[in-house]
Design a protein around this ligand. Structure first.
Ligand code: CO8
Length: 283
């Protein structure tokens, strides 16, 4: 149990060694490259005493790590995880406690939380333990959510006299439908990993200790495809959250046409015809 997390905790306190990219000293996250070809970026939220509460500094570090992986040509997918007890127990309540309307509204409080939404590479959330409030919202900003069987998802902001502020009312409703989303947001009640799977919030549930390796395996599968075409596929799926069906299918068609401008589309189809494995070059 916890073997992978222990390994991760021993791995590099500094960002992505050997990537040739900017290296940061991280305080609240652990960053590593995983997979047989080191092509999956792993970000582990690591603020155990606060159950990975998403303080401003932690989110800044997550954004830096995402940016490093985004620029790293070797990386084809990113996994974000926490500990076995908590993916993240939400935004940092102690940091928010004394904030006023003026500094929230005037300073566009927590605007930098959205950076993850503009990452082109696929991001997989591997959720063990609590994913509450901003933690659930962070997971929902990812492209795929895998859960450990003891994970719990919730939007308990109502219990604090506030409401979700990082997409919880919108993404949760799109994922699980109005009735369950309303119930969770209005009561603050949590749902289990299994309930989240049944509702469509997560795609797969794994034993706690297998979760991260399964998420990395999924990341490897994606990273072995053409990174260029994977980004187009991600863009097309994400279009479905923002566009009408007519606009979305038009975007899809244009991106499909665009794949014909790539070497990788040609290689993929040629490899099929020649009955061999495709060798994608990300061009
Ligand atoms: N913020 C700060 N500290 C926290 C948080 C948090 N969200 N959650 C837990 N902690 C701290 C506790 O204060 C405690 O610290 P200490 O030991 O110094 O007292 C430590 O973590 C351990 O927590 P508990 O003792 O409470 O552990 P339990 O196992 O008893 O309970 C729970 C675990 C159920 C997860 C409980 O800690 C809890 O309910 N936490 C708060 C969950 C919550 O309400 N989350 C929502 C926060 S609000 C939010 O996320 C809004 C997002 C808006 C984003 C807007 C972007 C624009």
């Amino acid at each position: 149990m916890a073997a992978l997390y222990r390994v991760l905790s021993r791995t590099m306190p500094v960002a992505v060694r050997g990537s040739g990219l900017r290296a940061f000293s991280y305080q609240h996250i652990i960053v590593a490259k995983k997979g047989g070809q080191q092509n999956v970026g792993l970000i582990q939220l690591n603020r155990p005493k606060a159950l990975n509460a998403l303080c401003n500094d932690l989110m800044t570090e997550v954004n830096q790590a995402l940016d490093s992986f985004e620029r790293d040509a070797q990386i084809g997918a990113i996994v974000i995880t926490g500990s076995e007890k908590a993916f993240a127990a939400g935004a940092d309540i102690k940091e928010m406690q004394n904030r006023t309307f003026q500094d929230c509204y005037g300073g566009n409080f927590l605007a930098h939380w959205n950076v993850i939404c503009s990452v082109k590479k696929p991001v997989i959330a591997a959720v063990n333990g609590y994913a509450l409030g901003g933690g659930c919202e962070l997971a929902m900003m990812c492209d795929i959510i895998y859960a450990g069987e003891k994970a719990q998802f919730g939007q308990p902001e109502i219990l604090l006299g506030t409401i979700p502020g990082a997409g919880g009312t919108q993404r949760l409703t799109r994922a699980v439908g109005k009735s369950l989303a309303m119930e969770m947001v209005l009561t603050g009640d949590r749902i289990s990993a299994q309930e989240a799977k049944e509702a469509g919030l997560v795609s797969k549930v794994f034993p706690v200790e297998k979760l991260v390796e399964e998420a990395v395996a999924c990341g490897e599968k994606i990273a072995n495809h053409s990174k260029l075409v994977v980004s187009m596929a991600k863009e097309a799926v994400n279009g479905s959250f923002e566009l009408t069906l007519a606009e979305g299918t038009r975007l899809e068609k244009r991106l499909f046409h665009c794949t014909f401008a790539t070497d990788d589309r040609k290689e993929g189809m040629t490899a099929f015809v020649e009955k061999r494995k495709a060798n994608f070059t990300d061009h």
